[in-house]
Design a binder for this molecule. Structure first.
Ligand code: FAD
Ligand code: DLZ
Ligand code: SF4
Length: 527
């Protein structure tokens, strides 16, 4: 029977249980802002439900548990009591709801339970149900680590026919005052992207990146992950991600001081065996709460103001965070849990096995998969134009593509992964995130990388045994989807080229694409 509240805790009014999730490791988290160390208890739990809802890369499992344990120690050092449940705790119920209920039953009486809203619909639905049914009820607070609230995004989106990122980004620039001068964009332009598409000059020296060999906490988790999750994707040996606030701060200092000046120029370039190039390598630290996105942007802006970073680099970097990152999160929550079930191009094939094994003679794909296995990382253009583009051209079903992206990357959380994969990379959402599919033949990869030089395929050929597989697949993609895409004015040029081709050539490309899909193992799913 439920006891009246006043009787329950006469000496500790307001005593609060505060659940902190594995991607909420921020000092100023909304569920922690009013923590009272004298009365409250923070609950953190490693549970199988979270460790297995997708078969995460081994390095991501290590990152989350190691960072959670170190954050628990950080709270304890501030005097905040923490109930920390490890994966191997024999009483572990292995779900966040179960651990919340167990703490309420075992850790004394609480007047309130509080959590910051989770980053996925899956958990939002679980916690939403507990708001009324849990005793005491669960209070869900907004996640203030984002710059745009759900309401800000919904208001911006209201009544718009197209949700163009660029316009949302301008609103974020005005709201944050980042790179603004007298109400106008610095440099009199909002966007310097056109300057950020350079090829790597041959022989250019690549920067040495600051990396973080496993500390004691990480080493302990690595042993546990190796034992419990031996068959998950990826290697453990190369783990070198920041796992605590001090390491994340050092990573940011290094990036801002040494790397950011060149971030813009080679943002879209790709190079064999070097996924890092001049990228930030900070998405995992931001996504789990070790770095604050707005502060990261202010640091970038300060370097530009000090004359140490050119505007195209500072603007390009800041746009990724207050533009793209905030925008995709807005889309994820605006479009609801059914967003991921859209399949605008009726894609109906399996994901080829080489996405897991890396065993393919396509040099670009083999390299991206191999880097991803070793580091749980590929940069944006590799994700978009190599693995994403190929999966779209092959007609792989969105569920299989989304699953792969959730599994393989260190920074994968559905709120950010899904709009990028389902929207930007594969057009499965029918054009909500992107105004056209990012479909490209081998020519794009050749222009932006050194992959093709070392590939067994010839990037210039469309037909024949040596033809780059992207080529016939690209033309066939346009051909197959003409009904859906022909009227998209941004595709007018490639459709004109396709329509100028002789019927025999179009038929040969179709046949080549069919043969390529089968040979690569993108097989039609049973209806
Ligand atoms: P940088 O290139 O240095 O960019 C700086 C920061 O900007 C990043 O750390 C990140 O916080 C932000 N950012 C850049 N691009 C995006 C973007 N498109 N969306 C959101 N934030 C962005 N990012 C994730 O964090 N998690 C994912 O699961 C994820 N999946 C993706 C899937 C696909 C198909 C694509 C095309 C992109 C995906 N991204 C994802 C976005 C982007 O690729 C990564 O954020 C970026 O590669 C992380 O590396 P970095 O820190 O070196 O980024
Ligand atoms: C990703 C992840 C993993 C692997 N494990 C845990 C865990 O054991 N406990 C926890 O609280 N959080 C974990 N997470 C992060 C959650 O899955 C994440 O909070 C949700 O996906 C919402 O973004
Ligand atoms: Fe990739 Fe084609 Fe270039 Fe080979 S030739 S690396 S398959 S784009």
């Amino acid at each position: 029977m439920t006891q009246p509240r006043a009787q329950k805790i006469p000496l500790q009014a307001g005593r609060t249980l505060r659940l902190v999730l594995g991607d909420q490791l921020s000092d100023d988290l909304s569920s922690l802002t009013d923590v009272d160390p004298a009365t409250d208890l923070v609950l953190m739990a490693e549970v199988m439900a979270e460790a297995s809802y997708v078969r995460h890369h081994k390095q991501k499992l290590v990152l989350i548990s190691s960072a959670m344990r170190q954050f628990a120690d950080r709270l304890r050092a501030r005097g905040v009591p923490v109930r920390y449940v490890r994966l191997d705790d024999s009483a572990n119920s292995h779900s966040l709801e179960g651990e919340l209920r167990r703490a309420l039953a075992e850790a004394g009486l609480f007047e309130r339970a509080v959590v910051t809203e989770p980053g996925e619909w899956r958990l939002a639905e679980v916690f939403g149900a507990l708001q009324e049914t849990l005793d005491p009820p669960l209070e869900i607070r907004p996640d203030r680590r984002f710059i745009a609230s759900h309401r800000t995004f919904a208001q911006w989106a209201e009544g718009k026919r197209e949700l163009t990122m660029e316009f949302f980004y301008r609103q974020m620039r005005r709201q944050t005052d980042l790179l603004m001068q007298d109400g106008k964009p610095a440099g009199e332009r909002w966007n310097f992207d056109a300057e950020n598409r350079k090829r790597l000059p041959p022989g250019i020296a690549r920067p040495q990146r600051l990396r973080f060999p496993p500390n004691d906490a990480t080493r302990a988790v690595m042993a546990e992950v190796a034992e419990r999750f031996p068959d998950n994707f990826g290697t453990l040996e190369g783990f070198d991600w920041p796992t605590n606030h001090a390491e994340a701060d050092a990573a940011l200092d290094h990036f801002i001081g040494q790397i950011l000046p060149n971030f813009g120029d080679w943002q879209d370039a790709m190079a064999k065996a070097d996924a890092y190039l001049w990228h930030g390598l900070i998405s995992s630290a931001i996504n789990i709460g070790l770095l604050d996105p707005l502060e990261v942007c202010r640091r970038g802006e300060a370097e530009w103001k000090a004359g140490r970073v050119p505007l195209n680099a500072a603007e390009g970097f800041i746009r990724q965070i207050i533009g793209w990152r905030e925008y995709v999160r807005g889309i994820y929550w605006l479009k609801g849990p059914d967003y991921k079930h859209t399949n605008a191009l009726a894609a109906d094939r399996t994901l080829p096995w080489f996405y897991w094994s890396g065993e393919t003679d396509m040099a670009c794909v083999a390299d991206v998969v191999s880097e991803t296995r070793e580091h749980a990382y590929a940069h944006h253009i590799q994700r978009l134009m190599v693995t994403g583009n190929l999966a779209m051209l092959l007609g792989v079903h969105p569920d299989q593509i989304n699953d792969w992206y959730m599994v393989v990357f260190i920074d994968a959380f559905e709120w950010v992964e899904l709009p990028n994969t389902h929207g930007m990379a594969t057009f499965a959402d029918g054009g909500i995130v992107g105004s056209k599919p990012y479909a490209a033949s081998g020519a794009y990869i050749d222009k932006m990388s050194d992959y093709c030089k070392a590939c067994r395929y010839d990037v210039k050929q469309k037909l024949g045994d040596d033809a780059c597989p992207f080529n016939a697949l690209y033309w066939d993609f346009l051909d197959r989807n003409a009904k859906r895409l022909r009227d998209n004015h941004r595709l007018a040029f490639p459709y004109k080229t396709l329509e100028r081709m002789e019927p025999a050539q179009r038929a040969a490309l179709r046949a080549k694409a069919t043969e390529t899909r089968e040979r690569l193992g993108a097989v039609k799913l049973a209806p």
